[in-house]
Design a protein around this ligand. Sequence first.
Ligand code: GLN
Length: 200
Amino acid sequence: MLHAGVIAVQGDVSEHADAIERAAAAHGTEATVSEIRQSGTVPDCDVLLMPGGESTTISRLLHQEGIAAEIERHVAAGKPVLATCAGLIVASRDAKDDRVEPLDLLDVTVDRNAFGRQIDSFEAPIDVDGLDDPFPAVFIRAPLIDDVGPDVEVLAEWDGRPVAVRDGPVVGTSFHPELTDDVRLHRLAFFESTPAELSD
Ligand code: GLN
């Protein structure tokens, strides 16, 4: 049994809760999901999801509720996190916006809404390291990852720019894997599977 925490102070929470349950089932295990709005639950979680939404609001509430420090300890203990879109912005080293106090879980800098300024939302099939077939990536006012630290692995690019990265136990995506039926990115982030298993 896997205990998954979905950061639920704001954003697309239920989609991630469904996705982790489906990813666990695909992996032959079960997940119990806690929606996290207060401190006290993160220390009991095996894995965490940081959803999309509005990064300025999410960042403010995480610090206000004392959840930010718990997430930092979760990562320091080597436990997995999947951070998507606004979650990636909050998990970054620098979001270049005073209204966001990032958690520095991923050694990347991001430009909020960079894709969004060009085009509000779009879907594109992208190749992801470790997956045999392209992943249907849904971008919604997506952040651009513009600086990647030396220990960060770029898992996927779109138009020559990184859109999925891994830094130790933390996987971050500019796009929204929870908005598709495809749970391979949740499996990639949370289960130690070989690429062949992930392509099942
Ligand atoms: N651009 C939004 C932000 O800065 C993120 C958009 C999203 O999560 N879909 O918070």
